[in-house]
Every structure is written in structure tokens, then in C-alpha cells.
Design a protein around this ligand. Structure first.
Ligand SMILES: [Zn+2]
Length: 198
């Protein structure tokens, strides 16, 4: 059974399982449950499991071919990539109907050596759950909201450029005077301007 699972997964054409889309997860669960019975019960033969495996893998390959051809089917089965950030500002709508929180998003960026939002131009979350990040080149880095918690507590000075704590929008109003026009948050923090360290 172990060897059959190996052969089947190789035949599926996937090179690894770093991140699975929902569709691929269904494939793995399907294979797993079919593999379980012959391993547990003496009276379940290998042949029935192999038949199930063949059917599942043929379905997988067939549907993959179809999703390559029809974008609407791919969206239906796997969802679509979503913008989380553009030009240093967080797209708040992307978080509303998602299990992803702003803190998860910041944690993911920190792992990619990002210090503040002014270092990144665009962030997309792919259907596999992975992040695609487009960085600003060194000379184009601008002030941006820090994503390190301890830096958010820095004290504001009057009339400095400030970043909205919630969405990252930059603004030159003194702290506490008005709320953000995009998200109505009224907490402002000092943006950072450091270049990205690789
Ligand atoms: Zn805001």
C-alpha cells in the first residue's frame, strides 16, 4: 500500500506538497482514506484500493487539464489570488471575508525580512496560501507603517508624517486630530523609512 501511494503521488505530477490548494487537499484526503482500509483490514484486498486510486488520480489529472483550459472552473475549485497590499496601503476588504488576520499577514511579511510597509509595493495571497511579494527597489523605499509590534509604540511628535495604524495610509496631520479617511482609525504611528536588508 505504501509503495502504491508513492507511485500514485508521483503520477499526479506534483513535485512536492509545500502548500496544497483546497482541490489538492481533497485529492490527498481521498487517497488517504482509500489507502487506510487495506492497511487495517485483512479482508480488504489491494485490488479495490488500486481501483480507487486509479479513479481518483484520473479525476485529478482530468480536472487539472480542465482548469488549465477554463479559468472560471479554476476559480470555482481553487479560488483566486487576492491583493492584500498595494503601494504601502493594506487592502482592508481582502481581510473581511477571509480567515487571514492582519497579524498573520504582518507575521508572514516579517519572515520575508520586511520591516515596514514602505518597502513593499504589492502583496498577493495565492490560492495555495503562499504570499507573492513585489518589493520597492532600494531608492524607491518610502516611509511606511512598521510591522514589528514594539515599534508601533513609538511616541509621535507634532506635525510629523504619520501612518495609519490600521491600514498603513500615510498622512501629514498631527496625531490625534482626525481619523483616517479610509478606515476611520484614529491611531497614528511614526512610519519607518529604513531600506530592506537582504
Ligand atoms: Zn487607515
Amino acid at each position: 500500500m505504501f509503495i502504491i501511494i508513492l507511485i500514485t503521488l508521483r503520477a499526479s505530477g506534483k513535485r512536492g506538497i509545500k502548500q496544497l490548494s483546497i482541490f489538492e487537499l481533497v485529492l490527498i484526503i481521498g487517497l488517504g482514506s482509500a489507502a487506510g482500509d487495506p492497511m487495517f483490514y485483512e479482508d480488504v484486498g489491494l485490488l479495490s484500493a488500486i481501483t480507487v486510486f486509479l479513479v481518483i488520480i484520473l479525476l485529478y489529472i482530468g480536472i487539472t487539464k480542465l482548469t488549465d483550459k477554463f479559468t472560471w472552473l479554476e476559480r470555482l475549485l481553487e479560488g483566486k489570488a487576492t491583493y492584500l497590499l498595494r503601494d504601502g496601503e493594506i487592502i482592508l476588504d481582502a481581510f473581511k471575508n477571509s480567515s487571514l488576520s492582519r497579524d498573520d499577514f504582518f507575521a508572514e511579511l516579517r519572515l520575508l525580512n520586511v520591516e515596514h510597509l514602505g518597502q513593499v509595493q504589492t502583496v498577493l495571497i495565492e490560492t495555495s496560501g503562499e504570499f507573492s511579494v513585489l518589493y520597492f527597489s532600494e531608492e524607491k523605499v518610502r516611509p511606511g507603517l512598521t510591522i514589528f509590534p514594539h515599534m508601533l509604540e513609538s511616541q509621535l511628535t507634532d506635525n510629523s508624517t504619520v501612518a495609519c495604524y490600521n491600514c498603513g495610509r500615510l498622512c501629514s496631520v498631527p496625531a490625534g486630530e482626525q481619523s483616517c479617511v479610509i478606515c476611520e482609525c484614529d491611531t497614528w504611528v511614526i512610519p519607518m523609512e529604513t531600506k530592506r536588508q537582504s
